[in-house]
Ligand binder design. Structure first.
Ligand SMILES: [Zn+2]
Length: 341
């Protein structure tokens, strides 16, 4: 009984003596030690240096209505703060960062994709915070990361799901949130929200794209954390660490090498570049949306030779997918083949 009384006193002291509502978050070790922070960022530069990353802070300008029960965390502002801190971390690691907005202003969904497609960036990350489907629900909260389409859909890119997985793990860890019950790892297809369509920014953005719903600004406690700049910086750190780990692990890149005619058959050679070995059984080749098996992979040169045996093909998109020994799938690759006879 004595034990329970002591616990009661502790709880009263803890809650009763604080002036405002209790807001909890863990501070990463790097935030308490400048040297550790610098080392961590320079360690990430081996994966991130030279990369071009497009960040899209959701909403803003005329679209500022999303907020929580206390009205202290406006989603548009939280998205922007997290994105600006993330830009800073990425630039320190040697990446080039583009933003769809760096102030509070209106940017249409279509323009966000157009800007990203014209930017020459390698990847696109849209930063959002979530709200539940049911009005008045102030207790739902989790961290989730979305990729476009589902595995059976031709628009699906496994690479986007890989990227989502890496960001999700570190972001959810930094916030100490779960990934929700809708998936096992906190990554979700955007068809889960909008069947057969997905999010506009993921559908219209041609470079690899993911969308983060970092947490629920509608949650009674989460809103209070999201209103704090210090916490937004921790969120950005989580996203940064996920990106760092993803690119440091290595992602295969495919490029066109050369074209030859042997015994009247057109042969196209493609090169796979990666620091890891490529799983020879992982390679898939498509002519438009049709899987073909007229290809050979040479593990020594890391080249894929694709033969166009069918002379009736005048033009097609040759799509190639490869997976490395770490389980990361190649950046999306499509080659416009024109059969000049
Ligand atoms: Zn949003």
């Amino acid at each position: 009984m004595k034990k329970y009384f002591a616990l009661f006193v502790l709880v009263v002291l803890f809650y009763g003596c604080s002036s405002g509502p209790a807001v909890y978050y863990d501070v990463p070790r790097e935030f308490l030690d400048t040297q550790l922070m610098n080392n961590s960022i320079s360690d990430c530069s081996s994966g991130l240096s030279g990369l071009k990353i497009f960040l899209d802070p959701g909403h803003g300008g005329e679209d500022r209505k999303n907020t929580g029960p206390m009205g202290i965390a406006i989603e548009a502002d939280v998205n922007l703060r997290v994105s600006l801190y993330l830009r800073s971390f990425l630039e320190q690691a040697g990446a080039t960062v583009f933003l769809s907005r760096d102030i509070d202003k209106t940017v249409s969904l279509k323009d966000r994709s157009i800007m990203a497609n014209q930017s020459g960036a390698d990847i696109f990350i849209s930063v959002h915070h979530n709200a539940p489907g049911k009005a008045g629900d102030n207790w739902t909260n989790y961290t989730s990361t979305y990729y476009h389409a589902t595995e059976s859909d031709f628009e699906f890119e496994q690479m986007e799901k890989d990227l989502a997985k890496f960001i999700q793990r570190d972001l959810a860890f930094a916030m100490r949130n779960s990934g929700g019950l809708g998936s096992f790892d906190g990554t979700y297809s955007d068809y889960w929200i909008y069947p057969k369509a997905g999010f506009s920014v993921l559908r219209h953005t041609e470079i690899p794209a993911v969308l983060l719903e970092c947490g629920f600004h509608t949650h009674n406690w989460e809103e209070q954390r999201l209103a704090l700049e210090d916490f937004n910086k921790i969120q950005a750190w989580g996203i940064f660490k996920g990106l760092c780990r993803y690119f440091k692990t290595g992602v295969p890149k495919i490029s066109f090498f050369t074209e030859e005619i042997n015994n009247g058959v057109k042969e196209l050679f493609f090169k796979i570049t990666d620091k890891n070995t490529i799983d020879p059984n992982s390679i898939k080749v498509f002519f438009d949306s049709t899987a073909v098996n007229s290809f050979l992979f040479d593990a020594r040169s890391n080249q894929v030779k694709v033969s166009v045996n069918d002379d009736s093909i005048n033009a097609c998109d040759i799509r190639i997918i490869a997976v490395n020994s770490k389980g990361n799938t190649s950046f999306p690759f499509r080659y416009k083949f024109i059969n000049i006879k």
